[in-house]
Design a protein around this ligand. Structure first.
Ligand code: NAD
Length: 483
């Protein structure tokens, strides 16, 4: 599958070379749309991570470490341009590997290019400060790279997450070791090939594929890694943070969510409707910032439920290459998890469900998108991250109750509020305990420029935008006494 990118099967990229893992072991990749075998990837382990970390340090001591910010920026920009020439190939890889409908996979490839362009342009615009101080001193600050940064990414948006995490780290002059999710590695490997083609020096980006408990755990616990960026589940994030703590290494955690959209009586419902539904079913609901809770004021509750139910009735689910609105889930395991949640909802009212197309292969990981109505805010379906195309409708009476319910989970990633009342927009934006708040929209079109991250169990640290570059660098203060 990777022949187009000149990548041998079962290899890692270490120090600019495609090499088999030390153990020679491999893992199978499967197409979630039909269960067919796609290819094999390397089952990298601690030895391979050691070599990748050593190669990254060598890059910092060599050409990569000596490059100016302008030169780094130009390479990142070139990487973005090359990605744009390969959107279709990358989208097909992602559709087959992750089960993402082609249109959504194309959008991810374009977003990857946009991250690289953004961080390419930003690389030489991060500056320090001069600080007025005691007589006889000149004091200034420098922004320097951490050194070697580890990047552990999940399977749901490989291209976007690599773009924002590796893109930001490279812009600041770090050398990266990337560990993609074992379920979805193909675009990570293709990205590495594109980076080399753009002139990224050997060792500045190394990719080791493999299992989380092996390659991922080895990277998290590595003594020669200076920063870790982790995107994934809450449980694994805790393990990564605990491993990094042994070496006192800083960690950015981008974890899950239970993000609400809050619809007031005075909302523009026709504008809200596509956002209310899409934010729940995009990527089959396997989105950290999916909106899985729809809180609706009682005056418009029946209308919103009927409007959303009519949309759900139109949803079709099928193979990624059919490019319907909803594709399969990533794996049999994920399907089992989502079906477990649907079973927990059997005491609830189902407002509507989408349909799986008749020709969908029985080996595909398809589930019907499901909208539940009148869900109590403390029900497991309204509290726990499902990571599937499932949304719950929750009625509320007034602003105070909406805030209480919206903030009433362990998570705090994003939220939106739909209202025409300017004062309420401001009050809600302040009151919602999340990393991002959207007013009269949801997601703001993805927003490479917009700092992103959570509070509570949604994680800590920020990626995207300029803010990420502060996280991917260390501040040094220089105080010179000159009399
Ligand atoms: P996961 O935590 O199982 O896996 C994520 C990554 O961690 C994979 O690369 C995996 O191999 C690795 N990993 C697994 N065990 C490890 C260990 N012991 N040590 C080190 N690494 C290990 O999560 P997932 O099922 O792949 O992804 C789904 C979760 O990710 C959801 O909870 C979702 O909300 C979250 N997510 C968050 C964001 C965000 O930006 N906040 C984005 C996408 C996904």
């Amino acid at each position: 599958m990777l022949a187009e990118f000149d990548i041998p099967e079962g290899a890692n990229l270490i120090g600019g070379q495609w090499v088999a893992p030390a153990s020679g072991a491999r893992l199978d990749l499967t197409d979630p749309s039909d269960g067919s075998h796609l290819t094999q990837i390397a089952r990298g382990q601690a030895d391979d991570i050691d070599m990748a970390v050593a190669a990254a340090h060598a890059a910092l001591d060599g050409t990569w470490g000596r490059m100016t910010a302008l030169e780094r920026g130009r390479i990142l920009t070139k990487m973005g341009q090359l990605v744009l020439t390969r959107v279709e190939s990358l989208a097909v890889l992602e559709a087959r590997d992750v089960g993402k409908p082609l249109t959504q996979a194309r959008a991810d490839a374009v977003a990857l290019a946009r991250y690289l362009e953004f961080y390419g342009g930003a690389a030489d615009k991060i500056t320090g400060q001069t600080i007025p101080y005691l007589d006889g001193y000149t004091v200034y600050t420098l922004r320097e790279p951490h050194g070697v940064t580890g990047h552990i990414v999940p399977w749901n948006y490989p291209m976007q997450i690599i773009g924002r995490s590796v893109g930001g780290a490279l812009a600041m002059g770090n050398a990266c070791v990337l560990k993609p999710a074992e379920e979805a590695c193909l675009t990570a490997l293709a990205f590495a090939a594109i980076a080399a083609e753009a002139g990224l020096p050997d060792g500045a980006l190394n990719v080791v594929t493999g299992l989380g408990g092996e390659a991922g755990a080895a990277l998290s616990a590595h003594r020669d890694v200076q920063h870790l960026s982790f995107t994934g589940s809450v449980g694994t994030g805790g393990l990564v943070q605990a491993a990094a703590a042994q070496n006192v290494v800083p960690v950015t955690l981008e974890l899950g969510g239970k993000s609400p959209q809050v619809v007031f009586d005075d909302a523009e419902l026709d504008r809200a409707l596509p956002f209310l539904v899409n934010a729940g079913i995009q990527n089959a609901g396997q989105t950290c910032s999916a909106s899985s809770r729809i809180l609706v004021q009682r005056g418009v509750y029946d209308r919103v439920r009927d409007m959303m139910a009519a949309e759900y009735a139109k949803l079709t689910v099928g193979p990624a290459m059919d490019d319907l609105r909803v594709g399969p889930l990533i794996s049999a395991r994920q399907k089992e998890i989502v079906e477990g949640f649907l079973a927990k909802g059997q005491d609830l009212e189902i407002a509507a469900q989408g349909e799986i197309v008749g020709h969908a292969p029985p080996e595909g990981q398809f589930v019907r998108p499901t909208l539940f109505a009148d869900v109590p805010p403390d029900h497991p379906l309204a509290q726990q991250e499902i990571f599937g195309p499932v949304q719950v409708l929750i009625p509320f009476d007034d602003e105070a109750e909406a805030i209480r319910i919206a903030n009433g989970t362990d998570f705090g990633l994003v939220a939106s509020v739909w209202t025409s009342d300017g004062g309420r927009q401001m009050r809600m934006a302040k009151a919602l305990k999340t990393g991002q708040v959207f007013v009269n929209n949801y997601g703001a079109g993805g927003g490479v420029e917009l700092p992103f991250g959570g509070i509570g169990k949604s994680g800590h640290g920020r990626e995207k935008g300029f803010e990420a570059l502060y996280g991917f660098s260390v501040l040094k203060t220089v105080a010179t006494w000159h009399g």
